[in-house]
Design a protein around this ligand. Structure first.
Ligand code: HSE
Length: 436
């Protein structure tokens, strides 16, 4: 049987782009069998020359738009990153009726509505499996495999760099900056790692995942964000002593009329499977009305895992083209115009357990006044540790884990505690989720 040749244009030859080329070469026979198509990368666009990368017989352009306008190209893979040129490139490719695959979560979180609508209008596909949780096939799982479920919550470790940092700090006692530099060397972190550290990268992925899972249009700035850099080495130690692990989570949850969206370090009981997911691994825990609780674990960043997700999208498009079917499926599960407009729960109204760490004078009555303050605000205490004096200083660390309380109520109590003359400096506040 003659196989249809599907011609691929690849824009960007960084960490992921090189992984895509490698997987397409290594897996050529299997990919060809699975898609019933012959996949050929015919045109590569990089804004700076990459002579060190073997691009075979592909045309090599410095102008990425030349790839989008190449009449031979069926599918354009956008891996240049950023949200300005990348947006123009994707628009140009869609206008040229190319199917587009991107790993660019920032682009889709900021401009997804417009780009998905354009793809629908043009009758082409815009796929983004690699944009969320690297190698875990979470987008297709939610879009297709879980289509019979109403998803009630999604909680995940969705930034590999952050998990890599917290794991190395907790298990090897390494310094934050040292581990971050290693994550950059290994190609896990973004070129500018600010978004890995401050929670923006996880928030962008959460916006995409929650939009798809809840069928809702969600603005990029909707999630509450607290970065991985708000966790001190002593928090990891105290959490362990209390039977918890700290993970940086993205959480999306349906409330009665609204949706919670938040990204923050979270204490999780060490017995929960997601608490054991270490290193660059990501994990996404989904609750659906049919399936119950599902946990998908896998590499969340890096060249080959992310390339695996890109190639999965490519094989899916190529298979449809080979069968003379339209590969265009609604990117968000339903047409963009049919997404609900989401109303977001204010973070002040979100209720969780809390871990508090503070330094207090070691003298009679101090603990009583702190616990009294929490009790007066209606916040129950689940556990409490007062460490012995470590040095000549009269101050001792006090660690408290509370029952559930809203952010508003907790902040109110913490302001009162910080104003006490016997309490030194600020109180560290991290959220606790038991997932029971
Ligand atoms: N910088 C991202 C991470 C890459 O660490 O998860 C994958 O999106």
């Amino acid at each position: 049987m003659t196989k249809r040749t599907v011609k691929v244009g690849l824009c960007g030859l960084g960490t992921v782009g090189q992984g895509v080329l490698a997987l397409l070469v290594e897996g050529n026979a299997a990919i060809s069998a699975r898609s019933a198509a012959h996949l050929v990368v015919t045109h590569i666009g990089t804004r700076t020359p990459r002579p060190e990368v073997d691009i075979g017989d592909a045309q090599d352009s410095r102008d990425v738009f030349a790839v989008a306008r190449d009449p031979e190209v069926d599918v354009l893979i956008e891996l240049i990153g950023g949200t300005t040129v990348a947006k123009e490139l994707v628009i140009e490719a869609l206008q040229q009726k190319k199917h587009v695959i991107t790993a660019n979560k920032a682009l889709l979180a900021d401009h997804g509505g417009e780009l998905f609508a354009l793809a629908e209008q043009q009758g082409v596909s815009l796929k983004y499996e690699a944009a969320v949780a690297g190698g875990i096939p979470i987008i297709e799982t939610v879009r297709a495999s879980l289509a019979a479920n109403e998803v009630t919550s999604v909680a995940g470790i969705i930034n590999g760099t952050g998990n890599f940092i917290l794991t190395a700090m907790a298990s090897e006692g390494r310094a934050f900056d040292d581990v971050l530099q290693e994550a950059q060397r290994l190609g896990y972190a973004e070129a500018d790692p600010t978004f890995d550290v401050d929670g923006t990268d996880a928030a962008q992925k959460l916006v995409l995942l929650a939009s798809l899972a809840f069928g809702a249009a969600i603005p990029a700035d909707a999630p509450f964000k607290q970065g991985v850099d708000s966790v001190a080495p002593e928090d990891l130690e105290f959490a362990k002593e209390l039977g918890y692990r700290i993970k940086h989570l993205g959480i999306a949850q349906r409330d009665a009329e609204t949706i919670q969206l938040r990204v923050h370090p979270t204490l999780i009981p060490e017995g929960k499977a997601i608490a054991q997911v270490d290193g660059v691994l990501n994990a996404v825990m989904i609750n659906g009305t049919g399936v119950g609780e599902l946990l998908l674990v896998g590499p969340g960043a890096g060249s080959r895992p992310t390339a695996s997700a890109v190639c999965g999208d490519l094989v899916s498009i190529a298979g449809s083209l080979a069968r003379d079917e339209s590969p265009a499926t609604p990117s968000m599960g339903v047409p963009i115009a049919d997404l609900d407009s989401a109303s977001i729960t204010h973070i002040d109204d979100v209720s969780t357990g809390w871990y508090l760490r503070l330094d207090a004078e070691d003298k009679p009555g101090v603990m009583a006044s702190i616990t009294k303050c929490l009790s007066e605000k209606g916040i129950g205490i689940e556990s409490l540790i007062q460490k012995p004096e470590a040095s000549a200083s009269a101050d001792v660390p006090v660690i408290i884990v509370t029952d559930r309380a809203t952010t508003r109520c907790l902040n109110d109590a913490v302001s009162t505690i910080e104003a006490m003359s016997s309490v030194v400096g600020r109180v560290t506040c991290l959220r606790v989720e038991n997932f029971d």
